[in-house]
Design a protein around this ligand. Structure first.
Ligand SMILES: *Cc1c(COP(=O)(O)O)cnc(C)c1O
Length: 380
């Protein structure tokens, strides 16, 4: 089955009891046994649920994996995965990793005696140099949030394999439509399904995908033990969103390319970062391992914080909102919005400069998005 067919069909069979073409929302906590020891494959929804199972099978198939395990959020997926490790273990992580992940690592998991080294994984040599005797996981995000750094997944995969270290990839920005990390040696692919996979700003969710049966059994065990599971309704909404993933990603990519080129030529913009532009430092790697460059753009405005505020307050179509990967174009200015509480020095050290703006390009007509950016940039 080709990818565009999989998004609509993989793992989705007519409902066995009614023939319903859309998997029903099995909004039930428990299941009645026919007799002692005889169930129909389900006993309690924390452990398994028919609607969730359809979503898990569909998501696994999209990433070329055998097993998918869904969680109540992307962060619940990461936290559940981290329960594989025990005190004393060391983890190597991309330095521009999603802020929620570094918050989990640096504020909670350090209390369980796990240690973390952050490296610029765009340079695979830095990953190898950070390996210690107790390193148990290499955690890569590509492209990263918000600086859109791209990592050569094949190169890091070879390093992980050589040293016998588990290799996980947060592929939220790429989606399986554009990149499938398991093909590059990853043991685990993770997505925040909140973003492009569901695609309509309607749910919070996450998934871990693997081909390793032993890992999948551990994840299932953690899922039912911890219980950070998505509701059947959220699973159903996510399934509905996924059906148009290929169509949406095509449009996100097409729009972002045009908008990236427009911004790059605009006099009030110092620099544009988009993996689809030849000016992106890892453009060649992105071109090789991805089937498109997704819809995330970051840019540096001339004029720092006042320029950022002026742009934000003059936009009419683009929504000032956290989150990304949905049909609506959304924009954030980290220095005054998502990272306003981070001390300035720390913020700058992470590359989150005063004029940095992150754009999640939606699927509206690109001319309307460009016209809105243009009129707001004129007022900067
Ligand atoms: C949003 C996001 C997460 C966290 O997912 P939630 O569903 O918000 O918990 C993790 N990684 C990346 C790259 C994200 O964009």
């Amino acid at each position: 089955m080709k990818f565009d067919t999989k998004v609509v069909r993989a793992g989705i069979l007519p409902d066995p009891s009614t023939g319903a073409i859309v998997p029903p929302i099995y909004q039930s906590a428990t299941y009645v046994l026919e007799e002692v020891g005889k169930d129909k494959g389900y006993d309690y929804t924390r452990a398994s649920n028919p609607t969730r199972e359809v979503l898990e099978n569909n998501l696994a198939a999209l990433d070329g994996g055998k097993y998918g395990i869904c969680y109540a959020s992307g962060m619940a997926a990461v936290d559940s995965m981290m329960k594989l490790f025990t005190s004393g273990d060391h983890i190597i992580c991309s330095d521009d990793v999603y802020g929620g992940v570094s918050r989990l690592y640096n504020n909670l998991l350090v209390n369980y005696d796990l240690s973390f080294t952050y490296v610029n994984s765009s340079n695979p040599q830095e990953v190898e140099e950070a390996i210690q005797e107790n390193t148990k996981l290499i955690w890569i995000e590509t492209p990263t949030n918000p600086l859109l750094k791209v990592t050569d997944l094949d190169a890091v995969g070879k390093i992980a394999k050589k040293h016998g270290i588990l290799y996980g990839v947060d592929s939220t920005f790429s989606t399986p439509a554009l990149l499938r990390p398991l093909e590059y040696g990853a043991d685990i692919t993770m997505h925040s399904t909140t973003k492009y996979l569901s695609g309509h700003n309607q749910i919070i969710g996450g998934v871990l995908i693997t081909n390793n049966e032993e890992l999948s059994e551990k994840f299932k065990f953690i899922q039912k033990t911890v219980g950070a599971v998505p509701s059947p309704f959220d699973c159903w909404l996510t399934l509905l969103g996924i059906k148009t993933l290929s169509l949406r990603m095509n449009r996100h990519c097409e729009n972002a390319q045009a908008i990236g080129e427009f911004l790059e030529s605009h006099p009030k913009v110092e620099r544009v970062t988009y993996p689809g532009l030849p000016s992106h430092p890892q453009h060649d790697i992105a071109k090789e391992q991805m089937d498109g460059y997704s819809g995330m753009i970051s840019m540096e405005l001339k004029g720092g914080i006042p320029a950022g505020i002026a742009l934000m307050n003059n936009l009419e179509l683009c929504s000032l909102a956290e989150s990304l990967g949905a049909v609506e174009t959304m924009i954030t200015h980290p220095a005054t919005m998502t990272h306003a509480d981070v001390p300035k020095e720390e913020r700058l050290a992470r590359g989150l400069t005063d004029g940095l703006v992150r754009l999640s390009v939606g699927i509206e007509d690109k001319d309307d998005i460009i016209a809105d950016l243009n009129q707001a940039l004129e007022k900067v």
